[in-house]
Design a protein around this ligand. Structure first.
Ligand code: SF4
Length: 497
């Protein structure tokens, strides 16, 4: 368990505390309640670390304050020693104010010819967010309080307008935003709030805080599993917000099942009614109209993509998704035997051109291309068409044949009460096709698939792990296209009822 100094608070703990004082108290006192880091969070952490490494490359010649993460006094001492030794760029410099807030700074840069410093905070995001200002303001307080003369507070973030051509251009990869003015203004608020948060930490038990939208804003709280354990699977929090939510809370209602008839929930009213009556919604004419537009043979298509923060190949930008895998089930006529084709790039080279060639060859030229949330696959094809203009027409032709299977489910032309408001294929499939779900697969969502794809492209897997990963990814992606085959069968069955 982390060693902590009870009368002090780190910058990150301060940020946690302004989201929720209870979360801050749990962080310091009940680590056992914390939910384990999920795949999505892990991907973000990994990307953040990678961005941080490149930011240090931008300011070459700097020196890092190396210390155990809990040894704040040691880090402060080392920072002082490096400054004394005349270092002008220090990574992870650390300071603590007498008020009790301590912070590290990614890049601590001396202003030439002056005894002043710039605080440069590195973020993996592509824009300035409000919590960044809190972050930088608490950081500034720590350094100013420690006696440093601070000139600017600067946010260094990823420039998503950068398109890689040849070697990685570190100067283009980042963009800088001088946030000094707003940070100084926000610093006063930090000073006001800080004593209250320090008081919370001295308490013997957690403060009383109700659950609400703050549990997901700006970040999903790590203690949700604990605080939300009494909330039913489909609750008022899924279907109402603002005044409507308050109204339901004041009526003592938590379960969506208990919402009184006639209580308007706008677009969500229908889904709640279906849940309460346990009744499938079927709009047969709309389903018929949708399915009649399909042209056989059908090509059920699904992509897996990666979008690294640091663009890896020519023509890609930070976070720009590109594909490394597809699955394709082909059905010549209604109800006929399926043919399965697939592509999975298993090397560290650029997967895009091989992907495009294989896709064009296997999708042939006639028949509807069915995808679930087709705008995603179509968007990827559009990007590929820009990056590889010689395949432009053929990729556009595939897009012109696309039919979005999400539409009949999103519009509730067909809706199952077990979907509980979600039109995601992960909710729709097991609702209509019991026994077929993603629960038993080794990869259960696109984020995990993306993480595995990145491991392959980075060459981070030994042979055995690579072979295992290939099996997992093939199994997952083909489940998505097989799911679509089954859902089309489901639509036919409801039309003929
Ligand atoms: S789940 Fe919500 S109420 Fe509970 S600690 Fe987190 S933010 Fe606070």
């Amino acid at each position: 368990m982390a060693k902590v100094i009870s009368h002090n608070i780190s910058k990150s703990q301060f940020i946690l505390g302004i989201q929720c004082t209870k979360a801050l108290w749990f962080y310091r006192n009940r680590p056992d309640l914390k939910t384990e880091i999920g795949e999505a969070q892990q991907v973000l952490f990994d990307q953040g670390n990678e961005v941080g490494r490149h930011a240090q490359d931008y300011f070459k010649g700097g020196i890092e304050v190396e210390s155990e993460y809990w040894d704040i006094d040691g880090a402060i001492k080392k920072t002082g020693e490096l400054i004394k030794a005349g270092k002008s760029v220090i990574y992870e410099a650390t300071a603590r104010s007498p008020e009790g807030i301590y912070s590290k700074i990614d890049i601590f840069k001396k202003v030439k010819g002056k005894n002043e410093w710039d605080l440069i905070e590195v973020k993996g995001s592509t824009t300035l967010k409000d919590y960044h200002v809190w972050d930088m303001a608490s950081q500034r307080l720590a350094f100013v309080g420690a006696g440093y003369k601070i000139r600017k507070s600067i946010l260094m973030h990823v420039n998503n307008g950068y398109v890689r051509k040849g070697d990685l251009d570190i100067k283009q990869l980042f963009t800088f935003q001088d946030c000094t003015k707003e940070v100084i203004e926000r610093q006063k608020h930090v000073e006001d709030i800080l004593p209250d948060l320090l008081k919370v930490l001295k308490k013997g038990r957690e403060p009383s805080v109700d659950i609400g939208s703050h549990c997901d804003n700006p970040f999903k709280c790590d203690y949700k599993e604990h605080c939300w354990s009494h909330v039913p699977e489909y609750s008022i929090y899924d279907v109402a917000s603002g005044k409507k939510l308050d109204e339901l809370l004041s009526m003592g209602i938590l379960n969506a099942r208990d919402i009184p008839e006639g209580f308007s929930l706008g677009a969500k009213t229908l889904a709640v009614k279906s849940y309460q009556d346990n009744k499938v919604i079927v709009d047969a004419p709309t389903l018929k109209e949708w399915i009649q537009k399909l042209e056989y043979p059908l090509y059920y298509l699904d992509y897996e993509t990666v979008g690294p923060a640091i663009p890896k190949f020519d023509g890609t930008s930070p976070y720009k998704q590109f594909p490394f895998q597809y699955s394709l089930h082909i059905q010549k006529i209604k109800g006929s035997k399926l043919k399965h084709l697939e592509f999975l790039h298993t090397e560290t080279t650029d997967p895009r051109e091989g992907f495009i060639k294989s896709l064009i060859e296997n999708c042939s030229e006639k028949g509807s291309v069915v995808a679930y949330n087709a705008s995603f696959e179509a968007g990827i094809n559009n990007s590929l068409a820009e990056q590889f203009p010689k395949y432009r027409n053929k990729l556009k032709a595939i897009n012109n044949r696309m039919a979005d299977l999400l539409n009949p489910f999103r519009s509730k032309a067909l809706y199952h009460p077990k979907q509980m408001g979600s039109a995601s294929i992960k909710a729709v499939l097991p609702s209509f096709v019991p026994g077929m779900s993603y629960d038993n697969l080794n990869v259960t969502d696109g984020q995990e698939a993306s993480r595995l794809g990145s491991l392959i492209l980075e060459g981070d897997l030994e042979e055995d792990a690579l072979n295992e990963t290939i099996i997992k990814l093939k199994e997952y992606c083909s489940q998505d296209t097989l799911a679509m085959v089954k859902l089309i069968e489901v639509i036919y069955s409801y039309i003929s009822k």
